[in-house]
Design a protein around this ligand. Sequence first.
Ligand SMILES: [Zn+2]
Length: 265
Amino acid sequence: MIIYGSKMYGVKNVVKGTGVCPHCGAYGRHKSYDGRKWGHVYWIPLIPSGGPVRVMKECASCGMGNHLPQAQVGKLYREIEKLMQPCVLAASEGAHRFNDDQGNETFTGPFLIDAIDLMYTAGYRSEIPELIGLLDNDVSRYEYGIASGAYQEIQGDAAGALAGYQAASNAAPEEAFPYMLLADFSGRAGRHEEQLDMLNKAIELEPDNPQLLLVKIDPLEQLGRYQDILVVMEQAEAMIPGLAQDKQYKKQRKKYEKKAAKAMR
Ligand SMILES: [Zn+2]
């Protein structure tokens, strides 16, 4: 029997991290590395198939990762790098929003989470402490907490990440974003009441954000509170045009209606 297939060869610049898999949703270990896909016979590489790529966040559970051509990874990094200066500047002025080069309003918190995630998995890990260092001042406590939390989280230090996000929340209690990050932690630890408390705090701060409402469905389902899910769905429907007519959504809603009716009996 001839064994023929393809495999990644010449693997280098390996970084291991922790986070949510975009493919299967599992929270766990992932691996990022440079490599090149080769066809092989009896595990001897024969034919290169495609150029050098960076595999990002190859998941320990499902084995899936994002394969990006090396040139594209560099481009992504340069885009992030361009936004770092306005982000750090806004943070130094106590503002948690800044404009990108297209004039779009960007939030410092989510930007820093994405930036650190990309820097880490794209192979620019050594630049992260420098970025965090730029935020280490009294005015930028919120951004410093988010950035150092993100850096600890991707390195697998959950306690350090929690401390960072908590510090960010204390520094800027008017921001909803840290509550969302803290809610994720509570949810993964199975503390769904606490998760709901955090999400409710986020919703209080951003009452016009329907996404936050929909995020509540998961913990409510875990707690078996189907009647409350229907209330949340009704609120979301009033905020998102067309949602009530969406096929997938309607199916979900029916499922919860049935469960709510069953729980009533
Ligand atoms: Zn996965």
